[in-house]
Design a binder for this molecule. Structure first.
Ligand code: XMP
Length: 506
């Protein structure tokens, strides 16, 4: 296995995921894990993750220097590389500004780490400090225009450092670099399988739940469907699935989802709570407030179904956790996820919260679902946020605006499916803006709503690129939406990527 020591980077889990995608088991420990705990795991290699600290600051997060003398291959990424350089008496240059974004590397020495990586390879950087001078015994493996030591390696020991992030999608051949490390340098065998995860999780769930019951909310999304199926396989009829209509679902969604569960063979209870959600949302503009209201109402309706001794299961994925709580301080809160409201945290403290997907990314969940035998149309369903259309109606939510967005979105989904794009991309959806603009219809001047269309490609939702949909499709979408949906007289197309934008507009 490969052990990742986490220094608070929001990409640590992504490193683990990428290594697991190579069929090599990877696990994360906090950077302060004692050396004997690390050794007990008998790792074939160790990765020191990135992190927001500076190796030069007092009380910088660190590891025991002895780690570098054990002959275990080590790869430092970003902060991990700086820390390695600092501890082995190299020089760190303090950065006044952060270098952020794409950069091209110039390979300077042959190394096992960069085997098969072409000169000029694009990499993704996000750092302030950098290595000014490599420690003795090391050489520079690659440099770039703004960062002379972009990668370093020891001349005789299996110690490596890269300033960039090989784990993120924007680094070309990033997986190849991790593969070189895991397979060629650490000599790990490709033996890990998703079926191993299924067996272990089902056994763990049975052990944890014993004879008790589990309440599981389903949304129709991939995550909650996979979760329900996993639980159903583990505990059968002791699973209580509930589907709540929160009033901000897409057109016909409730029926479609209930029919699907019936088909899969898992009993599910339907609760129409739309009125109570919409009453609470009346007049609310602030997206964070909308999220909090929906989260709270959901929990209230949902917890009503929770027996005194029941467990609560949630399909929380890793990105939900990383984007809503700060990991040891450094990763800032980006937005509130309903998976982490007060009541849920209380259940977590009582040991009654079950989140078996917490370490996985979306594509891993899809693979898991496939392993469990879910049909492709369920697995390839685009992600839909918990707070639903509430975060896609900017400004206040009224029944009229909800109807407008539902109609427009239904047209978009239909056209995307017809054009063969729906299953090919990460997400495509409409956003109703709190903006009106002038138009003409017939001889009349209109003053109506602007609707935005967003289509993005992404591997895990952490980063995303906007999709250049064909002009003919865009034109058809715009024509149909403006002609068929009352209240919209202008359609705009969103051409922003994440970062710096996010996928949802909120
Ligand atoms: P952002 O807007 O942060 O979204 O770039 C990243 C991905 O997460 C989805 N999303 C959510 N999913 N509950 C969810 O289950 C939520 O509260 C939530 N908010 C955003 C979003 O649709 C995108 O795929």
């Amino acid at each position: 296995m490969i052990l990742i020591l986490d220094f608070g980077s929001q990409y640590s889990q992504l490193i683990a995921r990428k290594i697991r995608s190579l069929r090599v088991y990877a696990e994360i420990l906090p950077f302060y894990a004692p050396l004997n705990v690390i050794l007990k795991k008998a790792p074939g290699g160790v990765i020191l993750s990135g992190g927001p600290a500076s190796a030069l600051q007092t009380k910088a997060p660190t590891v025991s220097k002895k780690l570098f003398d054990l002959d275990i291959p080590i790869l430092g990424i970003c902060y991990g590389m700086q820390l390695m350089a600092y501890l082995l008496d190299g020089k760190i240059t303090r950065g006044n500004t952060r270098e952020y974004g794409r950069s091209e590397i110039r390979i300077q020495s042959d190394s096992a780490l960069f085997k098969g990586i072409p000169d000029g390879n694009t990499v993704w950087m996000s750092h302030g400090d950098s290595v000014g001078k490599v420690p003795s015994g090391f050489r520079i493996l690659a440099g770039s225009h703004d960062c002379p030591v972009t990668a370093m390696g020891h001349k005789t020991k299996p110690l490596f450092g890269v300033q960039f992030h090989p784990e993120v999608h924007h680094t070309q051949n990033g997986l190849r670099i991790l593969k070189n490390f895991a397979q060629n340098i650490c000599r790990e065998k490709r033996t890990w399988r998703m079926s191993a995860f299924v067996d272990k999780t089902i056994a763990d769930l049975r052990e944890q739940i014993k004879g008790r019951k589990v309440l599981c909310g389903i949304s129709g999304g991939v995550d909650s469907t996979v979760l329900a199926l996993l639980l159903y396989k583990a505990i059968g009829k002791r699973l209580k699935c509930v589907f709540i209509d929160n009033g901000v679902l897409r057109k016909n969604e409730a029926n479609t989802i209930l029919a699907r569960f019936k088909r899969i063979g898992i009993p599910a209870r339907f609760i129409d709570a739309s009125r109570r959600f919409l009453e609470k949302l009346e007049g609310v503009r602030d997206p964070e407030k909308k999220r909090r209201i929906i989260g709270k109402e959901f929990v209230d309706v949902f917890l009503d179904q929770l027996g005194e001794k029941d467990f609560l299961a949630q399909g929380t994925l890793y990105p939900d956790v990383i984007e809503s709580v700060s990991v040891k301080g450094p990763s800032a809160t980006i937005k509130t996820h309903h998976n982490r409201v007060k009541e849920i945290l209380k259940l977590e403290k009582q040991g009654r919260l079950i989140e078996p997907l917490k370490e996985l990314f979306k594509d891993e969940v899809r693979e898991l679902g496939r392993e469990l035998g879910l049909p492709e149309d369920v697995l390839k369903r685009q992600p839909f946020p918990g707070p639903g259309l509430a975060v896609r109606i900017l400004g206040t939510i009224t029944p009229e605006r909800l109807r407008t967005l539902k109609e427009a979105d239904a047209i978009l989904i239909e056209e995307m499916k017809n054009a063969g794009f729906y299953h090919k991309i990460w997400q495509s959806f409409c956003i109703l803006l709190p903006v009106q603009s002038v138009g003409v219809m017939g001889d009349e001047r209109t003053y109506e709503n602007v609707l935005a269309i967003r289509a993005v490609q992404s591997v895990d939702g952490m980063t995303a690129d906007w999709v250049p949909l064909p002009a003919r499709l865009l034109s058809r979408l715009s024509n149909r939406i403006i002609n068929e949906v009352k209240g919209i007289n202008r359609v705009a197309y969103d051409i922003s990527s994440k970062p710096p934008s996010t996928i949802e507009w909120e």
